[in-house]
Design a protein around this ligand. Structure first.
Ligand code: PAZ
Length: 337
């Protein structure tokens, strides 16, 4: 399957690729959520989380995917909620979610937390209880979860493909524009850089009889620029940059800031991302000869090993990432007054 590559701008992308069927319902719900929290004076953060798929056929049998389980997004969403933000949690279907992530099916299966209490006599059915040494942790998670539901501060949206993601991101960010500086964007999803446009996809399952398969994909348009300039001008925008070559982390993060003009890029290395990230932002300095811009690079590291060795529950780097961003966001709102 060899086709000529097409260069998509954000505009030509949305003019040629179809929206997901649930888009309008999602937008209606997001509008209500945003209006409620705008009325109540709350800041709202959009957290994107998990990987996107790239389907290879219209009747999808095969697709490309990536490693992201959504840990960064789900964990950060909890800390934003704790800090008083309302959170729109836009995540890949079946990736980790705030609160339930503590009991994920593989690392901490919830059935292991439950006991069957023997009945006192045959007329009474057996009861289920929580294993005593798990109660404190579970109670904490459950209390936070219930409080968030009571306050109505968490709204979840799902995507699967990169196309779903792009349409949703545009629609949600446009709805959030009314929040002006109180809108924050925390773009932690691992979004594919390449895709196969609908017009180039095979309708049916690609057949194996022809030998090797080579597919030329097009580049996903860079949507940060319209997000910053058009869809939600005024929002505080944080993008993530993942690399596997440490030497590329800072240059790529700086390049993204130059290109898109948003507030922060958080750089992380695939293998070090759970204990080390770097915040890259622009700094404005005034001196006798005028104003000059430079890059500020602030590393944030946690000592996983010492935390565990000292008997503390494992520290999560997202706690410090979110605390730093909440501080920066509130300074930014303050400085605009
Ligand atoms: O989902 P996860 O916690 O395993 O990984 C998080 C992450 C590495 C996907 C995220 O921190 C990130 O860098 N997202 C942006 C990736 C990129 O497009 O460069």
């Amino acid at each position: 399957m060899h086709t000529e590559p097409t260069t998509f701008s954000a505009e030509s992308y949305f003019a040629t690729q179809p929206p997901p069927p649930t888009l309008q319902d999602d937008v209606d719900q997001v509008r209500k959520f945003v209006e409620k929290h705008a009325r109540e004076g709350r800041s709202v953060v959009l957290v994107t989380s998990g990987g996107t798929t790239v389907p290879l056929e219209l009747n999808v049998v095969r697709f490309l995917d990536n490693f992201s389980a959504g840990t960064r997004g789900a964990t950060s969403a909890e800390y934003f909620l704790k800090a008083g933000y309302a959170v729109i949690f836009m995540h890949r279907q079946f990736s980790l979610q705030p609160y339930s992530r503590h009991y994920s099916h593989s690392t901490n299966p919830f059935l292991d937390f439950l006991d069957i209490d023997p009945p006192e006599n045959e007329a009474v059915p057996p009861r289920i209880s929580v294993t005593p040494n798990k109660r404190t942790d579970l109670l904490q998670v459950l209390a936070a979860y219930k409080k968030v539901h009571e306050l109505g501060t968490l709204h979840s949206l799902t995507f699967v493909t990169v196309n779903d993601y792009l349409w949703l991101l545009r629609a949600v960010s446009q709805e959030m524009a009314i929040l002006k500086r109180k809108a924050m964007f925390y773009l932690a999803a691992a979004v594919s850089d390449f895709f196969l446009p609908q017009q180039k996809m095979s309708e049916h399952k690609i057949q194996s009889g022809k030998g090797n398969l080579s597919i030329e994909m097009d580049q996903v348009p860079k949507i940060l620029k319209p997000l910053v300039d058009e869809w939600t001008p005024g929002g505080y925008i944080i993008s993530f940059k993942l690399e596997t070559d440490q030497n590329l982390l800072l240059p790529k993060a700086r390049q993204a800031l130059e290109r898109y003009g948003h507030q922060v890029v958080i750089g992380n290395d695939l293998h070090r991302r759970k204990f080390e990230v770097v915040f890259v932002s622009k700094e404005r300095a005034k001196d006798g000869s005028g104003v000059s811009d430079s890059f500020a690079e602030d590393w944030l590291r946690i000592d996983l090993h010492n935390n565990v060795a000292a008997g503390f529950a494992e520290k999560e780097i997202e706690e410090d990432i979110v605390a730093e961003l909440v501080k920066r966001h509130s300074n930014w709102i303050e400085n605009s007054r």
